[in-house]
Ligand binder design. Sequence first.
Ligand SMILES: Cc1cc2nc3c(=O)[nH]c(=O)nc-3n(C[C@H](O)[C@H](O)[C@H](O)COP(=O)(O)OP(=O)(O)OC[C@H]3O[C@@H](n4cnc5c(N)ncnc54)[C@H](O)[C@@H]3O)c2cc1C
Ligand code: FES
Length: 270
Amino acid sequence: MTVSPQPVLETVRVLANERIATGVGLLTLQAPRIARSVEPGQFVHLRIGVGRTEILRRPFSVHRAVGDRIEILYQVVGAGTARLARVGPADEDLDAIGPVGHGWDVPAGTSHALLVTGGLGAAPMGMLAERLAAQGVACVVAMGAPTAERLVARELFESVARKVVLTTDDGTAGTRGLVTVATERLLAEERFDMVYACGPEGMQRAVASQAAVAGVRCQVSLERLMACGIGACLSCVVTTTNGRKRACVDGPVFYAEEVVWYASEVPPKH
Ligand SMILES: Cc1cc2nc3c(=O)[nH]c(=O)nc-3n(C[C@H](O)[C@H](O)[C@H](O)COP(=O)(O)OP(=O)(O)OC[C@H]3O[C@@H](n4cnc5c(N)ncnc54)[C@H](O)[C@@H]3O)c2cc1C
Ligand code: FES
């Protein structure tokens, strides 16, 4: 694993906040210190406001970091993200702790990677795809979403990947059905040396099992409810073959072979 930079507390300025699909927004924040040091797969713990519903920070993956800016892809699921959808340049009470956690590992010698995204699982993959392409790693991206407009970040992946394979639940783009049908085929047809997966935990678990059958190592990015985000409260436990770990500081990215999959540790579905 790469050595992670120490997180900082940074006041952030909202530069843009666009709705890019139903219930999904793209937030661009000026956050020079975090943007300079964040690694693919790390996240920020964002204070969204000062009201009662915003007492706890909310974790969001850094989708991209460009210059002094970071981009966050978010889905509105509750009070905090509904508030996030309303923030704009006039909001001055946002700050972020970041970059937090261990991101994706890119071992030396990686030359052909499979990235698998389910819905908002595309969020922590943007920087990864760009980084892999910059390092000359050939990438295939398999994307799954309920419908075509929810294939978020599709253009980014198409601009850097060797191939993008699309699946949708309703058949409005790519093949109708689950992304795991596409990944099973890809893993049988091509030889990858790493699989990176993010999306609903059931999907990640299925991809991890397919990768194991194909003899390819796999990393997953796990979501847990997070309170402190600094390793102190143990609200974000992930059971692993090496004991119980904290998704906020030991993850959110784990090698799949280490994860003991317990549905009860996963946040309620939204
Ligand atoms: C490391 C990490 C990275 C994340 N990155 C992103 C991202 O890039 N984009 C994005 O849209 N979301 C991301 N999430 C999930 C996001 O943090 C939650 O959706 C958000 O905190 C919900 O806040 P809320 O106030 O709107 O919802 P709440 O009112 O708190 O909850 C509404 C619903 O969302 C569920 N929920 C709450 N917190 C989480 C959580 N941490 N994970 C999953 N479900 C949750 C609740 O169980 C409930 O069902 C990430 C979570 C983690 C742990
Ligand atoms: S969120 Fe508190 S230990 Fe991880």
